[in-house]
Design a protein around this ligand. Structure first.
Ligand code: PGA
Length: 262
């Protein structure tokens, strides 16, 4: 599949369970002082719930956008410990991760819950970042394609192109997350091209052409440019390396080089 020039490039930092509000301020002060800003790359921070409000205030007036790591599928109600989509939007979030591998594998979110969360995100106007990816056992058993098709079809089937207008997909092979073992650019490109082909066949070719699909899994300053220069890779979902403002700024620079080289 060839790259269309108008596809957005997104570099997102998923902080997972890291950074208090004060640490969030310190990160943003350092990051916004050194990171380049350009309309060619969207920069997105995904702090824990308790730091979202502070991140929103500290990044006001900058190009940094905010996302949340998870959303409850219900609108509101007796769900102790959960956070609703409307609450996230009120904190300034415009994106939310759904189906991150740690939600799937540590917290037991199955495909049906992921689908409900994705629909909740759409209902409150948050752009869902649907995360998909195979485990090491599934890759070794040659099941990567089947797993991706299952996660995509259960997450997206039946939703219209209009409803999915703000969708982003992140391909994150579970074996590459937090392990230091990155997918090769060829492996990541291959899987993401397959995802795009599924979207073209099952949803709409023109929608597939403009859909941003990110790679995630041990993205670092040293490997970011090779990954982001692949024709179907439209950005990165970065975990560990996004905790350091200089490393994250370097990955944003790689995103800018890749976007401008297209
Ligand atoms: P990692 O995490 O960059 O630390 O591998 C990526 C992610 O989980 O989104």
């Amino acid at each position: 599949m060839t790259t269309t020039p108008d596809r957005r490039t997104i570099v997102a930092g998923n902080w997972k369970m890291n950074k208090t509000p004060d640490e969030t301020d310190a990160f943003l002060d350092a990051f916004t002082a050194s990171a380049p800003t350009t309309p060619s790359v969207e920069v997105l921070l995904i702090p824990p719930f308790t730091s979202l409000d502070r991140a929103g205030r500290r990044s006001a007036g900058t190009r940094v956008r905010l996302g949340a790591q998870d959303v409850h599928e219900a609108e509101s109600g007796a769900f102790t410990g959960a956070v609703s989509g409307a609450m996230l939007a009120a904190c300034g979030c415009t994106y939310v991760l759904v189906g991150h591998s740690e939600r799937r594998h540590v917290f037991g979110d199955d495909d049906a819950i992921v689908r409900c969360k994705l629909e909740r995100a759409l209902a409150v106007g948050l752009a869902p970042i649907l995360c998909v990816g195979e485990t090491l056992d599934e890759r070794r058993a040659d099941e990567t394609k089947a797993v991706l098709v299952r996660q995509l079809s259960q997450g997206l089937a039946g939703l219209s192109v209009d409803a999915l207008a703000d969708l982003v997909i992140a391909y994150e092979p579970v074996w590459a997350i937090g392990t230091g073992e990155t997918a090769t650019p060829e492996q990541a490109q291959g899987a993401i091209a397959r995802i795009r082909a599924w979207v073209a066949a099952e949803i709409e070719p023109a929608f597939a052409d403009r859909l941003p699909i990110l790679y995630g899994g041990s993205v670092k300053p040293a490997n970011a440019l090779d990954l982001l220069s692949q024709p179907d890779i439209d950005g990165a979902l970065v975990g560990g390396a996004s905790l350091d403002p200089d490393a994250f700024a370097d990955i944003v620079r790689a995103g800018i080089s890749a976007a401008e080289g297209r």
